[in-house]
Design a protein around this ligand. Structure first.
Ligand SMILES: Nc1ncnc2c1ncn2[C@@H]1O[C@H](COP(=O)(O)OP(=O)(O)OP(=O)(O)O)[C@@H](O)[C@H]1O
Ligand SMILES: [Mg+2]
Length: 362
């Protein structure tokens, strides 16, 4: 086939593949639907925001839940809704992209602030936002180790203006890992967003399909939802990506599209891990009998080899539990010689790890 023929052929098939799509934005993970699927756990969050809007008395919140369970979406949606309905100022910043107090404030203030001191930024923030203001800090556990006390939390919760802070995280230990003084000035109530069940995932997919597709088969959506709940921590991103592949005719079956979507999302997740967590996963892979203690020993050896200082055992366990919460590993209690011990297993394709590890460490 010559280039001209190939081009014509591809243009025709691409047109067919995308013909079903009415609005491609519904496949964008940052898309905020007009009406997200309602959930009961939103009520205490809405109540706290309303109370703050009406009385100015802040009740700081820490919203927890596993990857892809809808934390970011919920707060983004409430930001839009409460701004429109009540004129409440809700600021949003993601700590993955802005991982120190300085960078977060610079992002919110939206100008080049190089050369300013942190004190100056605090002053500017207070002048810019003298009234009731909610600050949503997404993925707050990703604030850098260079900012060990997460100063922004301290600043926001102590400021005279009485700001309200909402922290989002998929790390269930976020609160216990915070510095005691920060925790006590924050006085935050933890709220958990549960994982969706298969019916809810299917409803979310149906809403997306109705907004973005000309036609779809409800039984395909049911199958995608079932796989998502069985094979991931109900990570809705995997479901949405599977639907996208199904619509564009990527694979030959839902199962194949699901595998593809899951692989893509795992690659993003593993590639975003810090060096130490990547070393922990590598240690799991390299340890024959994957008892937690043995994996820790392998991890210490590997760290030495690549010249990284290793975590303490307790910190190592915290990181393992974090990786369990994002669905990369699973810890299983087993009985050995009448005592209980945990083994670790990897929940994703090891080839992904192999590739990313090599890129990072060799
Ligand atoms: N109730 C819902 N209605 C419609 N779409 C939803 C709902 N909940 C989640 N989604 C969609 O699922 C995807 C994942 O949600 P979101 O990004 O909010 O997860 P998250 O909890 O912030 O995950 P992470 O911990 O990785 O940041 C998004 O594309 C979002 O739009
Ligand atoms: Mg999020």
């Amino acid at each position: 086939m010559n280039v001209d023929e190939y081009l014509t052929h591809r243009m025709t098939s691409l047109r067919e593949e995308t013909a079903q799509i009415k609005d491609p934005r519904v496949f964008d993970f940052s898309y905020v639907p007009e009406q997200p699927l309602p959930r009961d756990e939103a009520k205490p969050i809405i109540d706290a925001l309303l109370k703050y809007a009406q009385t100015g008395v802040p009740q700081n919140l820490v919203v927890l839940g596993s990857r892809g369970c809808g934390k970011t979406l919920l707060l983004r949606y409430l930001q839009r809704l409460l701004r429109e309905r009540l004129g409440l100022e809700i600021l949003y910043a993601n700590c993955r992209n802005h991982n120190t107090t300085f960078k977060l404030l610079a992002e919110i203030l939206g100008s080049s602030l190089r050369g300013s001191s942190l004190q100056e930024l605090y002053g500017r923030f207070e002048r810019r936002f003298p009234g009731r203001t909610v600050v949503v800090l997404d993925e707050v556990d990703l604030i850098s180790k260079k900012d060990p006390n997460k100063d922004i939390l301290y600043f926001l919760s102590r400021a005279d203006a009485g700001y309200m802070v909402v922290c989002l995280s998929n790390n269930p230990r976020l609160l216990s890992e915070l510095d005691t003084s920060v925790r006590s000035s924050l006085q935050a109530d933890p709220l958990y967003l549960r994982n969706y069940d298969a019916r809810q995932v299917q409803e979310i997919l149906t809403l997306r399909a109705a907004a973005g597709l000309h036609s779809w088969k409800e039984e395909d959506l049911a199958q995608i939802a079932a796989l998502t709940v069985q094979r991931t921590n109900a990570d809705v991103r995997v479901a949405i990506k599977t639907l996208f592949y199904a619509v564009t005719g990527e694979g030959t079956s839902i199962q194949e599209n699901f595998d593809h979507a899951q692989r893509d999302i795992t690659i993003d997740l593993v590639a975003d891990l810090n060096d130490r967590n990547l070393l922990i996963l590598r240690a799991v892979q390299r340890t024959r009998e994957r008892f937690v203690k043995r994996v820790f020993q392998t991890y210490e050896q590997l760290s030495r080899q690549v010249g990284e200082t290793s975590f303490s055992y307790v910190y190592f366990l915290n990181n393992l539990s974090y990786m369990q919460s994002v669905g990369l590993v699973m810890l299983i209690q087993t009985k050995v010689n009448r005592a209980y011990t945990s083994t670790v297993s990897l929940l994703f394709n090891e080839q992904v790890l192999e590739t990313i590890y090599r890129l990072r460490f060799s």
